[in-house]
Design a protein around this ligand. Structure first.
Ligand code: ADP
Ligand code: MG
Length: 678
């Protein structure tokens, strides 16, 4: 290929033949058959053939070209183009025959396909149909699909023989009747005419299973290597416990068994001379913060420091308040660092952090800033870790790096991850679960209502507030700008104020100044506001036990994890709480399933499993969350049954053939494995 094409491929990390072999199809187009127009389904890609019946060019908002075609099934399909040249438009002569491929969507007049791939047919007889599935490759900037397909074809012509290419032990493949890598690659790139089309489209063909096995193995090995690298570093053992015991004795509540168990796990880790890297999963309200505070006491007792970083100022402030209330009576100094801490206050805080006078430091991203230097950071705690990137977690950890030694790390999340996924995604860390809520909480009752029922809710809020309870009204408009959401929150706020005289209404949204936001939140927390109209800024961690009613507007637009987080804001006190999910009709099937799941269960793990099923792991675990590169082909939900084998193979290779393990990681992850030393 020429230098220009090579440069464009290189920009996508494609530098070698192997990179092209592993640039796998993201799907297939089935041009082996024709679908009658009448049989088309919205959202299901298909090939159709018909005659042009009418052509219309419009210029209303932007130039459009609409071509109506019909076939023997006596139905009409509209092809719609937004980008087209005059010559292209002129090709569509009524009566001419056309074959096209695309995904139909509901349009103004029945189904339409926007920008189908198409071909005009000239012969009177039908042209032959495709014989095999056409692979569809991920788009690469500046390289057309045809060129890309050709390049991959040329690369495949240079595939070495099966033995030279193979890295997996033969018995592992035989046991599962899986093909060699060579055969698998040829099958997925050039599916033979007799290949099982349904299996290939579903991603469960043996060739795909084989590739998924190898890819999952490579990722597993990469994470294991990270863990091994981490464990080869040292950490100072923190083996005390007297201060933690004192804190535990002064708490206004008794720890749950789950908290005690997780605390034991954390203490055992921290007592060792290797750095802890432990994830504490626990549903909203399960009480993770106090476990973190108790862990911090181990550092403090040893004369060292602990830091707690949270993703939002609101949440960090809440942690600050909890920690100060718990720790100051014990004589432990807690410092505060956030974006809004400036000037003299900031320099004082920085000085206290640097001198060690501040024994526990609570803050936001501001903790990672360059100017922040700890005297001796021994424990880095990251709350709601999925809101941070791996790099950010590492940046905080590195604040405590000292020669070969690094601090212990405790990361916490209220977004539980299904067990299967946790195995694959967190092979580099240890996982604990606080799988029990503190006693005395009554489960939140959830109802799902059409938006038309909104007026009834006004009454419900009035009653709740008259009874001394508090309520949230959550406005959501995902996909819209902050500003639009802020406006809608503002108008909801105005309307509710008018409808509910006598009820003290507050407002929080992302467009407000930090000080105003905090003032409103604080007023709500202190009981000075009865009804808080808010955007999803209240999603993370905010704790107001007296709030027992939550209404979420446009709930159909939110993902399960987010709905679960939101709902966790109520049901934190002893009062029976309810959550009303309002939706706009019509409900799409996925949205209906999400709302139904919310109605049925409040178990975060069950919700996470459902989320995985509905959304797929790619979205559940963005690369942000795990530092994993996205998979090329493997799908953790679909291929979960391979994971036990992946683990066995992985441990075997690390023990017996570490060089093969390295080559697997290099092959599949290559440059993306740059976190290897993390
Ligand atoms: P999360 O796990 O969602 O971060 P928090 O740490 O914010 O939960 O705890 C929620 C609330 O429960 C806080 O008010 C906390 O003080 C309280 N809490 C924590 N543990 C217990 C317990 N064992 N018994 C009673 N209340 C508890
Ligand atoms: Mg929390």
């Amino acid at each position: 290929m020429g230098a220009k094409v090579a440069a464009k491929l290189a920009a996508r990390g494609l530098a070698t033949l192997q990179d092209l072999w592993l640039l796998l199809p993201k799907g297939y187009e089935d041009r082996t058959r024709l679908t009658p127009i009448r049989g088309l389904q919205a959202g299901v890609a298909a090939q159709v053939e018909g005659r042009v019946e009418a052509v219309e060019r419009g210029f209303r908002y932007r130039p459009t070209l609409r071509v109506a075609i019909g076939d023997d099934s006596l139905s009409t399909l509209v092809l719609r183009f937004f980008h087209f040249r005059a010559a292209q438009a002129a090709q569509f002569v009524p009566g001419s025959r056309i074959r096209c491929y695309g995904t139909p969507r509901p349009g103004q007049h029945g189904l339409e396909i926007v920008h189908p791939s198409y071909r005009l047919l000239d012969g009177a007889d039908g042209e032959a149909l495709g014989e095999r599935l056409d692979p569809v490759y991920p788009a690469i900037e500046g390289i057309g699909p045809a060129t890309l397909r050709k390049l991959i074809g040329l690369a495949l012509d240079r595939l070495p023989d099966a033995d030279a290419l193979e890295l997996l032990p033969a018995n592992a493949l035989e046991a599962r009747a899986l093909p060699t890598l060579r055969e698998a690659l040829l099958t997925v790139h050039r599916p033979p005419a007799d290949a099982d089309i349904a299996a290939l489209t579903a991603g469960v063909h043996p060739a795909q299973r084989r590739l998924a096995l190898e890819e999952l193995l490579a990722h597993h090995l990469s994470l294991r290597r990270q863990r091994i690298a981490l464990q080869s570093q040292g950490a100072r053992p923190l083996a005390g416990g007297a201060l933690a015991a004192r804190l535990q004795a002064t708490l206004p509540f008794v720890l749950t068994d789950a908290q005690l168990r997780v605390l034991d796990e954390v203490r055992a880790d921290m007592a060792r001379p290797v750095p802890m890297l432990r994830l504490v999963q626990g549903d909203v309200g399960s009480g993770k913060t106090v476990v973190a505070a108790l862990a911090a006491m181990l550092a403090v007792e040893d004369g060292r420091q602990a830091a707690l970083m949270a993703p939002t100022e609101l949440l960090a402030e809440q942690h600050l308040a909890s920690l100060r209330a718990w720790l100051e009576p014990l004589g432990v100094q807690v410092a505060w660092l956030a974006g809004k801490v400036t000037g003299r206050t900031r320099s004082t805080a920085l000085a206290q952090v640097a001198s060690g006078e501040a024994q526990v430091v609570v803050g936001t991203h501001a903790l990672m800033q360059q100017a922040v230097a700890f005297r001796d950071l021994a424990l880095a705690i990251v709350d709601e870790q999925h809101r941070f990137g791996v790099h950010q977690r590492l940046a905080l950890r590195d604040k405590g790096a000292d020669g070969d030694r690094v601090p212990h790390q405790l990361v916490m999340t209220a977004t539980p991850i299904p067990r299967t996924l946790a195995m694959a995604a967190y092979a580099d860390l240890d996982v604990s679960a606080i799988d029990q809520l503190p006693p005395g909480r009554t489960p939140v009752q959830t109802v799902v209502l059409g938006a038309g029922r909104r007026p009834e809710l006004i009454e419900r809020i009035r009653t709740a507030c008259a009874g001394g309870r508090q309520a949230y009204w959550v406005c959501t408009l995902i996909d819209e700008s902050d500003e639009v959401v802020a406006q809608s929150a503002q108008s909801t706020y105005d309307a509710l104020r008018e409808a509910l005289p006598g009820v003290r209404v507050g407002l929080v949204h992302g467009r407000m100044k930090a000080g105003e936001k905090q003032a409103a939140m604080r007023a709500f927390k202190d009981g000075g506001i009865d009804l808080l109209v808010a955007t999803t800024v209240i999603e993370v961690g905010v704790d107001v036990p007296n709030a027992s009613l939550m209404i979420v507007e446009n709930a159909e637009r939110l993902g399960l994890a987010q709905l679960h987080q939101l709902r966790g804001r109520v049901g934190r006190g002893s009062e029976a709480s309810s959550c009303v999910l309002l939706y706009q009709s019509p409900l799409a099937s996925m949205a209906r399933q999400r709302l139904e799941t919310m109605r049925r269960t409040s178990d975060g793990f069950v919700i996470a499993e459902k989320d995985l099923e509905l959304r797929g792991p790619g979205e559940l675990l963005g690369t942000r969350q795990t530092g994993l590169a996205a998979f090329r082909l493997a799908d953790l939900a679909r291929d979960a049954d391979l994971l036990p084998a992946v683990h066995r193979l992985g441990e075997g290779l690390l023990r017996e053939a570490p060089d093969v393990a390295d080559r697997l990681v290099e092959r599949w992850i290559g440059s993306a494995a740059r976190y290897a030393s993390a």
